[in-house]
Design a protein around this ligand. Structure first.
Ligand SMILES: [Ca+2]
Length: 472
């Protein structure tokens, strides 16, 4: 692969894996992402390296595990020694742009996110829609249109769902306008663009005209069995009452089935807006005759529990809803068309994949594998990796919650450090992860082996840098 493709990197926030119509979800409409599936390669077993923003994003933007980058928790700044994939592409002569969030440093409590050496020459930052910072470029866009967030975010609210701002004034739409403008202006040079909207992250507040398209009665109920949390972690038991263990906010313990269906409807409505905006960017590529020269990635930074196991949002939980994400790539004439790859894949495989596809040497510190062999039909099934590894180190709610997870094709073990609870699932006999085998005498040998394998993964995911230069 000798050309220099443009990179259009579409990264939503908190979008779980099973939200693409073309891959089997019959309740959501995603025609534009479906077109990427049909014209590109879909990875149906792709996993994030952490279930919250900053460690996950720091990981896939460097190709290194959260503990390796040093950005292990929300609120930590990615150390300066780390090199972002956008910096690598800028150094290779690409013009790099971003709209939406980056989240590689703390931006809570009114702090503006401090930028590192990220390589973006065009940087339209908006961590989230509310105007918590003067620097929020989305707020400035609303102001230029003669309105404000406070003015337009005033729809009716239930305890769980809200009518958000109209699509024309939505942050996802704004992110897209910035992207389309960038795509049109840079057609004569190689470019790299990060489209990072906040949706479909909670709150569940789609534009009212999108919410109206999804009737709660048509939505499936989450995957949950009463009593299943009895032998699971205290973090899950607490989040089963209040999401993120934050009393007064999202009262999971008070939900009815109608509430659960309404939340799913709102989540899917946000995803349909995301999809429509993806369609605008794909159209801009086609209109400017850049579609064939552009590698498009669609993915998310982590999942959303969406009521599965009686849980919402995310947390120190390693269920499929939280760790498994959509991942689709399209590069016409170069990558396979309409291929579905079910090999285990980690998000940190993306950075080496992009380097490989663009003819850039893969840096020695990257810990993932290039997926180009899978993308071009040059690999045997199951040759990427035997397992995926995910980490959570007191990253958000539940102070003192430390967990790590190893998942193979068949088994998943979740080890919570410093407490006695853990989880072990047989995904073949129990694909919905209802039955925790951690304390099952019949599975003691399996648990022992998985603990050893997880310990191995913990060792083998340490930083490969600095390079070893000789025997001594
Ligand atoms: Ca996130």
């Amino acid at each position: 692969m000798t050309t220099r493709p443009n990179i259009l990197w579409l990264c939503t926030d908190q979008q779980r894996w099973d939200t693409i119509a073309a891959l089997g979800n019959t309740s959501v409409r995603t025609p534009h992402v479906d077109s990427l599936v049909n014209d590109g390669v879909a990875f149906t077993n792709a996993f994030c390296q952490s279930t919250v923003c900053s460690p996950s994003r720091a990981s896939f933007l460097t190709g290194r595990y959260p503990r390796t980058t040093g950005c292990r928790q929300n609120g930590q700044t990615l150390p300066e020694r780390e090199t972002l994939i956008s910096r690598i592409f800028a150094d290779a002569g690409y013009v790099c742009g971003l709209s939406g969030k980056l989240h590689l440093a703390s931006c809570s409590d009114g702090k503006v996110e401090v930028r590192g050496d990220d390589g973006y020459s065009e940087f339209q930052w908006s961590h989230h829609p509310p105007p918590d910072w003067e620097e929020n470029a989305y707020s400035q866009w609303l102001k230029a249109k003669g309105t404000s967030w406070e003015e337009i975010y005033n729809g009716p609210t239930t305890g769980y769902v809200k009518d958000g701002v109209p699509a024309a004034l939505h942050q996802t739409t704004w992110c897209t306008e910035v992207a389309v403008d960038f795509i049109k202006r840079h057609r004569d040079e190689p470019w790299f663009f990060s489209w990072n909207p906040f949706d479909p992250h909670h709150p569940f507040d789609p534009p009212p005209e999108y919410l109206a398209r999804y009737h709660p009665d048509d939505m499936p109920l989450p995957s949950y069995q009463p009593g299943e949390l009895d032998d699971k972690t205290p973090y899950q038991q607490l989040d089963h009452e209040w999401a993120h263990n934050s009393p007064g906010e999202f009262h999971v313990g008070g939900m009815t089935d109608d509430d659960r269906r309404a939340v799913t409807a709102a989540y899917y409505a946000m995803i349909e807006l995301v999809d429509d905006q993806v369609g605008r960017m794909l159209a801009a590529l086609a209109e400017t005759d850049q579609a064939r020269d552009t590698l498009v990635i669609f993915m998310s930074d982590h999942g959303e529990m969406l009521g599965d196991h009686g849980l919402y949002f995310k947390g120190p939980h390693f269920y499929e809803g939280a760790i498994r994400i959509p991942l689709v790539m399209r590069y016409p004439d170069q990558f396979s068309k309409g291929e579905v790859v079910d090999d285990l894949t980690e998000l940190l495989d993306l950075a080496p994949t992009l380097c490989d596809a663009a003819g850039i040497d893969i840096p020695a510190g990257m810990q993932g594998y290039s997926l180009v062999p899978q993308l071009t039909g040059q690999s045997e099934k199951g040759t990427i990796r035997d397992s995926v590894f995910c980490e959570y180190y007191n990253s958000w709610t539940h102070p003192r919650s430390y967990g790590s997870m190893l998942r193979t094709d068949r088994y998943k073990i979740c080890v919570y450090h410093g407490i006695e609870e853990g989880e072990l699932y047989d995904l073949e006999t129990d694909p919905h992860e209802f039955t925790n085998l951690w304390n099952s005498a019949d599975h003691a040998d399996l648990k022992q082996q998985m603990l050893k394998d997880a310990f191995d993964a913990s060792v083998f995911t340490m930083d490969p840098l600095p390079p070893r230069l000789g025997p001594f």
